[in-house]
Design a protein around this ligand. Sequence first.
Ligand SMILES: [Zn+2]
Length: 321
Amino acid sequence: MKRFIVAALLLGGLPSWGFQAVSWGTVGDVIAEIIGQVQEEHLREHICQLQSREGGEYCNEQGSRWSCDGLAIDRALEYARQYFEALGLKTRLDPYSLGCRPGLSHNIEAELPGTASSQLVLLVAHLDSYVTGVSTASPAPGADDDASGSAAVFEAARIFSQYKFKHTVRFVLFTGEEQWMVGSSAYAKKLASEGAQVLGVFNMDMIGYDGDGNGLFEMWVRPGESEKLADLIIRTIETHGIALAPDVLADPRRGGDHESFWRRGYPALMIIEDTEFGETEDFNPCYHTLCDVLRMLNLSYAKRIAQAVIGAAAQLAEPIQ
Ligand SMILES: [Zn+2]
């Protein structure tokens, strides 16, 4: 902020191209400042909390966020509610029905209202987890899938809440993803029925495993607006020198919450580690097993992906200086 005032004073007397240069530079400065605030330690803490069973030792690997186990997923939702509310964000549980659980299930949404627009920028992940053969009260730590993406959404909420944006930003954690995107499907349907305008949905699902350390990650897109979201992430990586190698894939139809938005005609994309769908493969060998835990993850890689996505989402939401 200080830099803006100095630059504006210095260039205030120049013709209009000079003023535009200041304006552009200032947005770049704010984005750099936002990207610089993403902290690995915060990602670690959220993943620790989400993979742990309450009452066990700190950062144990015995927790579950299986959506069919009401106690397990509701504990994770409560963690999210407390975190978002402490940031001063308008927080709401979003009800829907899930076949495997009696009564209502919930997604959770936190909102930062735009200063001049109700068009939406969404940063999303799925809070729930799954292990093959999981049952009530058995562990499903899901550190990579998808505590890693949820942690990045929490970190985005923490950083964005310190700024103002032209457009409305929502931080949404879905449940019922592992039952075939039931939560996001209900959420996107509701958005469409309300006539909501969505500028972009950034879905981070498994952003923590980089076994070969090459920084490669994938973006799954559909032709049109969702490709522009990938372009924005690539530009952010280049402009801010983030050590990542992006690989853009045309919809491999593997499943993920972004598809719920595609079905409603909204621009969305999937951000994920190196899967078998690209030319290379470096996918988490612990996917949907009990070893999907924090110690398998590369938090520097998760941080860099979070930086790229948070920086791109901030540009789309247009920070107000
Ligand atoms: Zn997932």
